[in-house]
Structures are given as structure tokens and as C-alpha cells.
Design a protein around this ligand. Structure first.
Ligand code: PEP
Ligand code: MG
Length: 766
């Protein structure tokens, strides 16, 4: 087998292993075999003891596993970790760092190759191969082990984090689950919540089925039996329909499926799991996945392919199970924290309003659209908690710290008390800020800055009005498109647009034309792309589908009749021709409606500056349109080449990067040369520090999420324009996003606005 194939096979086997021990024992076994060496061992760092512990071995004394450990300065293992480099020795005994450990059985092995296991810049441990013969492992062997270690690091980190859930500690004489298990993610919506986890299941997705205790064993078994019977029926129907059209051999495949569903085959194993306390869906997932793993590991390509068939069968049973039991009322806890593998905007409506108090997503990042909506709803959110074993967490107590991006499972009483104080302090600040509702955003020296809001969810309108918004700077029209199962008709769109326009009239409402693609998918219009952020997005899609664009624009125009407060905005434009084409279509829709007898005023049309190409053409665009609005969320992603959805690079996504700030200043200057109005609707405007420097740059309007609006207003009212200008000048001299962040925080404190910065969290240094 080629090296690449061996690598792939090992990674695949390891990634489906059920727990850390299995991950490690598969690793050492396969590596020892693949490299034809005599020993392979893994030492993992234990942060509690700060030692490297022998966690698995093939070839050394197995009894030593879990017992033997080395301090961070001990042995060649310690040196590999300290240097974060591979060490390859012909004879380890001759090395000054060699440290003899009694009882491990190392006495015989001279050749030594150790490579670090690193995950997200953290040293997880060291993987070692050894051999009796005195020889240097050759370059290809070293490359193999380094490559494998890099690929396994993420899997080991994840298995370890999951394993922490199972660990027991003694409380008095009782073994109890560990408290305050901390998982790190990306802060996505500020605030803190103490609540109970509800895992959001993806329909007919075996991987996302959670573990849950069966309440009624007989009921669970009956549900499963009936779902299996439905699948049997489906298979027989398909087989019958195809009987004349496919060969006998091919038809025999259906018999194989049916035999797998015989009571004494797969189902009996599932019933046994239910007997042990799992609910039907969990029992189904466990059994199907065990068989998928077994088949996938087979060398025979025909048999290994059968794993797909088994998974397919499991999926069909799951679909029936979910359909048959979906009408049983789900009772949500009062402080529900919704946890999903991939949190989507559509999921935000799963938990009834008033009960949804926190959000956690395993994937995604701080500027994913679900996170942006969570911010506007004021729901503390952590995204990209990649190591969180989400399937296991149904019903667990949790603390979500949306400021630092941390999640604590099974929190101790002390931690709950400490976070409760933060919750109370936040409430006090929020209550005080409410009083600003009807006051304008005006600086101490009399500079007036209009504050508008970003909307998308139905509830945003009343929330925004309650917060004193003076207009809508961005209505993300794609959000209502995402929570449906087909494109809405012109009339349906008309109804919802009319509501927004009426609620805000005479204040302006900026409606953005459909901005789908990227991380905003419509379930009924799937777009499969390698690189969706650089792909078919926003205006690119709507120009290719004038029928979708025209219907939307007609609905917007009709909805504005008699109100005259509509503004239309185009997302993701890159070239002048796109703007010209979109304007032509808007004009055409307008003329059609006038011919049809509507009395509509022609709305202002604007573009969003979201891609670097648009930044450099701001002036040209400004000549073609009535206003400019900056989408700094996307602009940051494209200027810095950092995917806004990817938690791995979340720390590199920095709206305060000097390059982003420079672009933001350039845009205002260029647009003002054409005397065009410039607003900004990216999330930077919703940060009080960001708002001050944007005001100083000359932005005419800030459009922010409803939740942050009072904070931004408070900041503006407590600072003079002159001081905001000085702040901008000092920020201009800084080289790095983190420095700029610090400068803004310090300045807010100096302005007496400390309450607008992140509160001190439990365990945090002053
Ligand atoms: C932006 O990109 O800054 C923006 C406001 O649009 P969205 O976040 O919806 O992409
Ligand atoms: Mg955008």
C-alpha cells in the first residue's frame, strides 16, 4: 500500500474510534505495523500534573500504561516536547537526556524517533517509535510520523475533551462527574447565561443523534419496531417497482437489506441497547455506527463499500422514527441553551421565544450569520466550540460566557454564584441604558449622529423601535427566505416588507436584495461549492436569476406605495457593470408597476462596499447610486483573507486591523467627494469603541444591531467629537489590531465608559 493510503486508512480508523483509549490503541498498533518497527508509544501531557504520561504502547510493557510518567524536563520525550521538534537518534542510550524508566521494558531499544503532537499551538504530547537495532530512522519514516501526528492531533484533542465528560472524581466517598469542564470557542454574542442544554437535531442525520435516557423502554422498542417495519415496507415496494427493470442479481441486494432488518439481525442489537437505557434513536445510531466502522475497516473493497448501505438503512429508519414521534411535545426548559453542530439562522426559531437564553455552536465563528442574529437578539453565544462532545450534552447544566467564548459544563456552585453576579450587573446596566430610548445620539459638543438598526428576524422590528432606532440601515431580506421550504411569492414578500415599512414609516428602511450563498443557504436552493465565500453569492446570484430579483424588487416597490420610505441596497458588488445591470432591472420593475397603475415614488438605490475591488471604486459607484453602505463584516474577511465562518482562523479575523480601518477611512473620503451619504452596517459599528472612531471618520449613519444600540448611543452622548477625533488619530498610529483594541478599551475607561466594556469575568486577572 502507498504511504498516502496507509496514512488515510489510519486516520479514518482513528476518527471513528469511540473514545480516547481506542484512538490511542489503534494509533500505536497501526503505526507499529505500518513502520515495521518494534515499539510505538504515545505520551500525553496532563495539565493537572504537568507531566507526560504513557497513555498507550505497542511493544513496551502494557502494565506501565497509565502508571509511568515523565516530568516536562525528563528524558528525550521531554526534550521533543520542549523543542517542539522531532528527535531521531541511532542510539537513545548515548543521548545526554536519556532517562531510564524502570519496568517499561525500554532496555532493549536503541533506535528512537519521537515527534511532537501539536494542536492549535498547544503541545498535547509525544509519539515515539523505537527499535532494537542501532539505526537512524530514515527520512521517509520521519516524514510519515510527523504527517500522521499532525493529522491525529485534532482527533486526539477532541477524544480527550470528550473523555473528560466520563472522568469521575471523588467527592467524599462518592465518585462524581467532574465539575466546571471548560470548552473554548469563539465569543459571538456578549452576555452570560446559566442554563440547560437542548441539542438541536438535524433531521435524518445519524451523526447528530444525541444520547438520551429512555423514559419508557417498551415505548422506545415499539417506536423502533414500527420504524423498522416501515423501512421494510419501503424496500419491498421499491424492489417490486424495479423488478422488471433491473437484473435478478441487482434485485437480490434488496434481500440483503431485508435480511439485515430481520429481528435477529441488527434490530436485536438495537433492542439490547434500549434495554441498557438508551432511547430508540441513540440505540439505532450506536448499532449502525458500530457496523459501519467494522465494514469500513475491511480490506475487501466490496465489503468495505457495504458500510454505505448500512448507513443508508440507518438513515431511513431514523427518518421514520423522527417522523412518527415528532408530534410528541418537546418540553423546553426555562433557560434553554440551544446547542448545535452547525448553528443556522433557521434554528434560532426552534425554541419558543422567552425560553431561549443561550446558543452554542460546534462549528462557525463570531461573524457567521447565526452569530450576527444572536447578537441582535441579545442572546449570549459561543461559536466554534470544536471540542464540545455535543451529542452527549442533552439536559446538562451549562454556563455560556459570550464575552470570552467559553462554555462550562456541569458548573460548580461557586462558579454559578460568580457568574450570577455578572448576570445581575449586566441587568443593572441594561436597565439604565433603557432610559436613553428617546434621546438622540449627540456628542457633548453637539455633533449629531443618526443611529439606525439592522433587522432580519420578525421580532427585530418591535425590538428596534423599543430601543429608539431612527431607521433601518440593513434589512437582511434573505433571513425570512431561509426559514421556509420554497421561494416566497411576490405577494408573500409584499406582506412582510409592508410590515417593516409601515412599522418604521416615516423613518427610512433600507432593504437589501437577496444575499444568499456563503454561509447563508436556502434549503430549497442548495449551492455546493468548494469555496463559497468566493463563489456564487449575493448580487452574482440575483443577476443570474432575474426572475428572483424582479419578483423581490417588485414586492419591495409595491410595499412602499404611499409610505415612500424604502431604500434598496445591493450586496457584494464588485464591478460597475453589476450595478448598472441591477439598476436597469430596478428601473424596469418600477416602470412596469407604474404602468400597472401603482403610485410609487422611485426609491434611492445604494451599494454595499464589501469586497476590496469595490473599495477602490467607491467614487465610481458613488456617481452611479444614491448612497453607499459599508459591509465591514465581509470587507474584513476579504481584506484579511480570513473566512468569517472558520473557527480555526477566528483569532485572525480582526475588524480593527489597520488595513481595514484604512479602507474604512478611504471609503468615506471617496464617497463624500461625490457628496453621497455613507453608512456602515457591519458589526464594528455596534461596538462602542468602533462607533466612536467611525463617527470621527465621518460616517453619516451607523447601523447596528438592536441590542447594542443603547450602548453605542451612551458612548456617543458621553464623549465630545473632538475627543473622538483624537482617539482616531492615536489609533491611526498603531500597527496591530490587538493594540488598537487595547487602546479603545483604555480610552473608553478614560472617558468614564468602563461599563460598556466587557465586565470582569470569574477567574480573570484584573
Ligand atoms: C457585512 O458584510 O458587513 C454585512 C453587513 O452583511 P452580512 O453580515 O449580512 O454579510
Ligand atoms: Mg455582507
Amino acid at each position: 500500500m502507498s504511504i498516502l493510503k496507509v496514512l488515510r486508512q489510519i486516520v479514518q480508523d482513528v476518527s471513528t474510534a469511540p473514545d480516547l483509549n481506542a484512538v490511542l490503541s489503534i494509533t500505536v498498533g497501526r503505526v507499529q505495523k505500518a513502520m515495521q518497527t518494534e515499539v510505538c508509544s504515545v505520551f500525553l501531557h496532563n495539565p493537572d500534573t504537568d507531566r507526560y504520561e504513557l497513555c498507550a504502547t505497542q511493544g513496551l510493557n502494557n502494565e506501565a500504561v497509565g502508571k509511568v510518567s515523565l516530568s516536562v524536563d525528563e528524558g528525550i520525550v521531554g526534550l521533543v516536547a520542549k523543542r517542539a521538534e522531532p528527535i531521531n537518534l541511532e542510539d537513545a542510550f548515548q543521548h545526554p537526556a536519556f532517562h531510564y524508566i524502570d519496568g517499561v521494558g525500554e532496555d532493549l531499544f536503541h533506535a528512537f524517533l519521537g515527534v511532537p503532537i501539536m494542536h492549535q499551538r498547544r503541545m498535547l504530547g509525544v509519539m515515539v517509535v523505537q527499535q532494537k537495532e542501532k539505526r537512524r530512522f530514515d527520512e521517509s519514516e520521519e516524514a510519515f510520523l510527523v504527517t500522521l501526528s499532525a493529522q491525529l492531533a485534532g482527533i486526539i484533542a477532541h477524544a480527550r475533551a470528550t473523555g473528560a465528560m466520563d472522568a469521575r472524581v471523588m467527592e467524599g466517598a462518592q465518585p462524581v462527574a467532574r465539575k466546571d469542564l471548560r470548552y473554548d470557542g469563539v465569543p459571538a454574542a456578549s452576555g452570560v447565561v446559566i442554563g440547560e442544554i437542548v441539542v438541536a437535531a438535524i433531521p435524518a442525520d445519524l451523526d447528530s443523534v444525541v444520547d438520551k435516557d429512555a423514559q419508557n423502554l417498551d415505548q422506545e422498542k415499539a417506536d423502533l419496531a414500527s420504524a423498522i417495519e416501515s423501512v421494510r415496507r419501503d424496500i419491498r415496494d421499491v424492489a417490486e417497482n424495479l423488478a422488471g427493470r433491473i437484473s435478478k442479481d441487482e434485485n437480490a441486494l434488496f434481500d440483503v437489506y431485508l435480511r439485515m432488518l430481520d429481528d435477529d439481525a441488527l434490530p436485536s442489537e438495537m433492542y439490547a441497547k434500549i434495554e441498557q437505557g438508551q432511547w430508540a434513536q441513540g440505540a439505532l445510531r450506536e448499532v449502525i455506527m458500530e457496523h459501519v466502522r467494522t465494514f469500513a475497516a475491511m480490506d475487501d473493497p466490496y465489503l468495505s463499500e457495504r458500510s454505505t448501505d448500512i448507513k443508508d438503512l440507518g438513515k431511513r429508519i431514523l427518518q421514520h422514527l423522527q417522523e412518527d414521534t415528532c408530534d410528541r411535545q418537546i418540553v423546553y426548559p426555562q433557560n434553554a441553551v440551544l446547542l448545535a453542530d452547525e448553528l443556522t439562522p433557521a434554528m434560532l426559531g426552534l425554541v419558543p421565544e422567552g425560553q431561549l437564553s443561550g446558543l452554542i455552536s460546534v462549528t462557525g465563528s463570531g461573524n457567521s450569520h447565526a452569530a450576527i442574529l444572536a447578537r441582535s437578539m441579545g442572546i449570549p453565544t459561543v461559536m466554534g466550540a470544536v471540542d464540545l462532545p455535543y451529542r452527549r450534552l442533552q439536559g446538562e447544566r451549562v454556563i455560556v460566557d459570550g464575552y470570552s467564548g467559553r462554555v462550562y459544563i456541569n458548573p460548580s456552585t461557586e462558579l454559578i454564584q460568580a457568574f450570577s453576579r455578572v448576570v445581575i450587573d449586566e441587568q443593572i446596566v441594561a436597565d439604565e441604558l433603557k432610559e436613553l430610548r428617546d434621546s438622540p445620539a449627540i456628542t457633548k459638543d453637539g455633533y449629531r449622529l443618526p443611529l439606525w438598526v439592522n433587522t432580519g428576524l420578525a421580532a427585530d422590528v418591535s425590538r428596534s423601535l423599543q430601543q429608539g432606532a431612527e431607521g433601518i440601515g440593513l434589512y437582511r431580506t434573505e433571513i425570512p427566505f431561509m426559514i421556509r421550504d420554497s421561494f416566497p411569492s411576490e405577494q408573500e414578500q409584499f406582506d412582510s416588507y409592508r410590515k417593516q415599512l409601515e412599522a418604521f414609516a416615516p423613518r427610512p428602511v433600507t432593504m437589501r436584495t437577496l444575499d444568499i450563498g456563503g454561509d447563508k443557504a436556502l434549503p430549497y436552493f442548495p449551492i455546493e461549492e468548494e469555496n463559497p465565500s468566493l463563489g456564487w453569492r449575493g448580487i452574482r446570484i440575483t443577476l443570474d436569476h432575474p426572475e428572483i430579483f424582479m419578483v423581490q424588487v417588485r414586492a419591495m416597490l409595491r410595499a412602499s406605495e404611499g409610505l415612500d420610505n424604502l431604500r434598496i441596497m445591493l450586496p457584494m458588488v464588485t464591478s460597475v457593470s453589476e450595478v448598472e445591470e441591477a439598476r436597469r432591472q430596478i428601473d424596469r420593475a418600477y416602470e412596469e408597476l407604474i404602468e400597472e397603475g401603482y403610485a410609487i415614488k422611485k426609491p434611492p438605490v445604494g451599494v454595499m462596499i464589501e469586497v476590496p475591488a469595490a473599495v477602490y471604486q467607491t467614487r465610481r459607484f458613488a456617481r452611479l447610486v444614491d448612497f453607499i453602505s459599508v459591509g465591514s463584516n465581509d470587507l474584513t474577511q476579504y481584506l484579511l483573507a480570513v473566512d468569517r465562518n472558520n473557527p480555526r482562523v477566528a483569532s485572525l479575523y480582526a475588524s480593527y486591523h489597520p488595513a481595514v480601518l484604512k479602507a474604512l477611512e478611504f471609503i468615506v473620503r471617496e464617497a463624500h467627494k461625490e457628496r453621497k451619504h455613507v453608512s456602515i452596517c457591519g458589526e464594528i459599528a455596534a461596538d462602542p469603541g468602533g462607533a466612536l472612531i467611525l463617527m470621527a471618520m465621518g460616517y453619516d449613519v451607523l447601523s447596528v444591531n438592536a441590542n447594542n444600540l443603547p450602548k453605542v448611543k451612551y458612548a456617543i452622548r458621553n464623549v465630545s467629537f473632538t475627543r473622538a477625533r483624537q482617539l482616531l488619530l492615536s489609533v491611526r498610529g498603531l500597527h496591530d489590531a490587538e493594540e488598537i483594541h487595547q487602546e479603545l478599551r483604555q480610552s473608553l475607561k478614560a472617558f468614564g465608559l468602563a461599563r460598556l466594556t466587557r465586565p470582569m469575568m470569574p477567574g480573570q486577572q484584573a
